[in-house]
Design a binder for this molecule. Structure first.
Ligand code: BTN
Length: 258
């Protein structure tokens, strides 16, 4: 059983190779939601600010779901982006963030990671991480984007019922994972990937095509207002799903694959 340990900022910082992502690093014991904090704060935090919380009392998931994780065993953090992303690239940024989490996990642990559209990160078919992107718009431009990432790192078990069975890196890898190392690796890749979102979309799309579960398969996509059946053909360059239905190719920008 893992001894719980607080996040050691020095161990994280020494491995951080970024220019701006994570250079302003805020670490707090408890907050309702790291996303909510950065979205609602009036403080002018610099571009690339990262807020990591040991505990979220009201962690947000996609579709008004909750994100629950035990203190000191997970990584729950948000990254503030204030520059260099345009509105039309928001969905792609969300996909890119899942790809970044996947790469960091694959680089550090000998695990094969898959992605589930739009932004679930899976190991052995179980969910190891999720992403929630929130943004505000001023006029016709993005004011800020908050990329919230929750990673199940060292949880020894999960209680409750879930849409998608959860797992942790430790459960799949068989050994404790060092959160400081994982976060620095992830932020190093994240900064590089931000450039790709604007200027090298194909790199992100090709990574997704390689890792994405269900591409080429018959699927059902649901949302509150629709249920669609078809073959998951491809991912469009804006991050949408291209679904081949009876009516031809349909572009789906949100929904869940069941
Ligand atoms: C999902 O899979 O539904 C997305 C989960 C996103 C959870 C993270 S944890 C850090 C950040 N703060 C939040 O309140 N949510 C995101």
């Amino acid at each position: 059983m893992k001894e719980k340990t607080s996040f050691r900022i020095e161990d994280f910082d020494i491995k951080l190779e970024t220019e701006y992502v994570g250079r302003n690093f805020l670490y707090i014991d408890s907050v309702d939601s790291t996303n909510k904090f950065l979205m609602s704060s009036k403080e002018d935090f610099p571009n690339g600010t990262v807020l990591l919380a040991e505990e979220q009392t009201n962690g947000r998931g996609r579709k008004q779901r909750n994100w629950f994780s035990l203190p000191e065993l997970a990584l729950t953090f948000s990254i503030l982006i204030k520059e260099s992303i345009s509105i039309e690239n928001l969905n792609l940024l969300s996909l890119a963030s899942a790809a970044v989490v996947s790469q960091a996990i694959e680089n550090l642990y000998q695990l094969k990671v898959n992605l589930k559209w739009p932004n679930d990160v899976l190991v052995n078919g179980k969910k190891v991480a999720g992403i929630l992107l929130e943004s505000t718009i001023r006029g016709s431009n993005l004011d800020k984007v908050v990329v919230g990432i929750g990673i199940n790192v060292n949880q020894p078990f999960f209680k409750g019922s879930f849409n998608l069975t959860p797992t942790s890196i430790r459960l799949e890898f068989g050994k404790e994972a060092i959160r400081e190392k994982l976060l620095s690796e992830l932020l190093n890749i994240f900064e590089e990937t931000l450039d790709d979102v604007q200027a090298n979309k194909n790199k992100i799309l090709n990574y997704w095509r390689e890792k994405c579960r269900f591409i080429g398969e018959k699927i059902t996509v649901t949302d509150e207002n629709f249920e669609k059946f078809g073959v998951f053909e491809d991912i469009d360059e804006d991050g949408s799903m291209l679904l081949r239905t009876q009516n031809g190719i349909e572009k789906i920008t949100f929904g869940d694959i069941n």
